[in-house]
Write a protein that binds this ligand. Structure first.
Ligand code: ADP
Length: 325
């Protein structure tokens, strides 16, 4: 459905100079540098997938989304999405995709949200009946009943984001590109947005490509992640495999009957300790979790034990360090 091959993109940036003399010179002669935003990026995505596209700031995520949505033209490489080359067949192509940039609005600021939806209906030439069916469903599932009559400028960020997502889906696209859809949202709105993305993926089979800084988004939504750094593709695969491959620690929290003797178990480090509770970090390459629990039970009278895998956030930070990005 989506196939990128050898995509590269660089930006020419004018170098900034300091001082009046230098600034005057720059009026006639400007030095330029080239920023290589994407280097030889290739991947394919199948219909119905939810893919987390992740990487630190400046990695090239937005540039990729812009190329895939036809806004930018790459320097080299090919991109075929549902048989279209996004930047060449724009008019036909955009009918098939929805795009949400978390930092930018596609709604008209001063008019009621519903008017923006109507305008989009005209732009996409959606038949009246189809529009009403879709809009009713979007208003209900995104709980927009009480806000669609208000102008966008009066909405909270969470309310606005729900409207943005609705706007991107008015024309029933097959693919949805979401660039930081949960940025700045409170916990409740984040969960609502995630839930909705899951629903349209499951029920309508919409393919979703999501960039985010929030690893909870990724854990809640994506089975597959593509990791880029400094414009290069670093990892493309299953999220669980990433966890198994790079997640080297587990956290064990044990509650026990009062015992003032410090716990000591080789291959673990103590994150916190009290006479009734210990939190241990286990290096799973050095010791088995089950062995650690056995040893714990030899030292104290256990009441409750919980084991947590290393948060994906930690693993990603570890990877960034490893790749020096
Ligand atoms: P991300 O979305 O992962 O933060 P971007 O795709 O926005 O990354 O940016 C990748 C690189 O390209 C960065 O170094 C950024 O500064 C640069 N860049 C992005 N857009 C432009 C632009 N319009 N002009 C010049 N440089 C740009």
């Amino acid at each position: 459905m989506i196939k990128l091959e050898g995509i590269s993109k660089s930006y020419k940036v004018a170098q900034r100079t300091s001082g009046v003399k230098e600034a005057a010179k720059a009026l006639f002669y400007r030095k330029h540098t080239t920023v290589e935003a994407l280097k030889d990026i290739s991947f394919s995505i199948n219909p119905g997938e939810i893919v987390g596209y992740i990487g630190p700031n400046g990695a090239g995520k937005s540039t990729t989304i812009k190329i895939m949505s036809g806004i930018l033209v790459p320097d080299t490489g090919s991109c075929s999405i549902m048989g279209y080359t996004p930047w060449k067949d724009r008019v036909q192509y955009v009918k098939n995709i929805g795009v949400v940039f978390g930092q930018r609005s596609q709604l008209w600021w001063d008019v009621p949200v519903l008017d923006s939806f109507e305008l989009l209906k005209d732009i996409y030439k959606i038949p009246q009946q189809e529009y009403y069916t879709t809009i009713d469903l979007l208003i209900e599932t995104l709980e927009l009943q009480t806000i669609v009559q208000s102008p966008v400028r009066q909405l909270s960020l969470g309310q606005r984001m729900r409207c943005e997502i609705a706007a991107s889906l008015i024309h029933n696209p097959k693919i949805l590109f979401l660039d930081e859809p949960t940025i700045g949202l409170d916990a409740v709105s984040k969960i609502a947005v995630r839930q909705f993305i899951k629903t349209i993926n499951k029920e309508k089979g919409v393919t979703v490509i999501l960039t985010t800084h929030d690893m909870n988004d990724i854990e809640a939504l994506a089975e597959r992640v593509i990791l880029i750094g400094k414009g290069s593709l670093l990892y493309d695969g299953n999220l669980n495999e990433l966890r198994n491959q790079y997640g080297t620690h587990k956290t064990i929290t044990a509650d026990y009957e009062k015992n003032s003797k410090q716990i000591q178990i080789p291959g673990t480090s103590i994150l916190s300790w009290s006479p009734e509770r210990v939190v241990l970090s286990v290096d799973t390459e050095a010791s088995k979790t089950s062995d650690v629990i056995t040893q714990l039970s030899n030292q104290v009278e256990l009441q409750d034990v919980t084991i947590e895998a290393q948060p994906i956030e930690d693993i990603i930070v570890q990877l960034y360090k490893e790749y020096q990005i």
